[in-house]
Design a protein. Structure first.
Length: 132
């Protein structure tokens, strides 16, 4: 039996657009597929990460590094640029945080900041790994 504790993105009877259907598919089949359970420290953490992704999807706007991203831009980045590795890195950052008040909102912020900064992060890792 598969039980989802997270609130659905749409209410019953709402018409779901194609992008939201695609996003839900990615959540179920990619980021939170049972084969990836080992990436999360617990079912609670997995549910929290999913709620963070859903929060981002529904967010009106988000500001990172003085740039404001509209809902349309957030959704485009989640569909076109998001990868499981980015989610895993964001969850690591979240785990290392101390004294977090709003867990879902904080994790959502970690996910989006990691998504925005991921290329720079990979470049830093590459330089550290292959110095000299």
């Amino acid at each position: 039996i598969n039980i989802h504790l997270s609130k659905p993105l749409q209410q019953e009877g709402d018409v779901v657009d194609y992008n939201t259907e695609q996003f839900n598919y990615y959540l179920d089949e990619c980021y939170f597929h049972p084969e990836r359970d080992k990436e999360f420290s617990s079912e609670t953490e997995k549910n929290l990460a999913r709620k963070g992704m859903e929060l981002l999807w529904n967010k009106e706007s988000i500001k990172v590094n003085d740039i404001t991203y509209s809902n349309e831009k957030i959704r485009q980045k989640l569909l076109d640029e998001m990868m499981p590795e980015i989610l895993d890195r964001a969850v690591e950052v979240y785990r290392d945080a101390k004294g977090v008040k709003s867990e879902t909102a904080y994790l959502a912020g970690c996910i989006f900041r990691t998504l925005i900064d991921y290329d720079a992060y990979i470049e830093r890792l590459f330089r550290q790994t292959f110095k000299g």
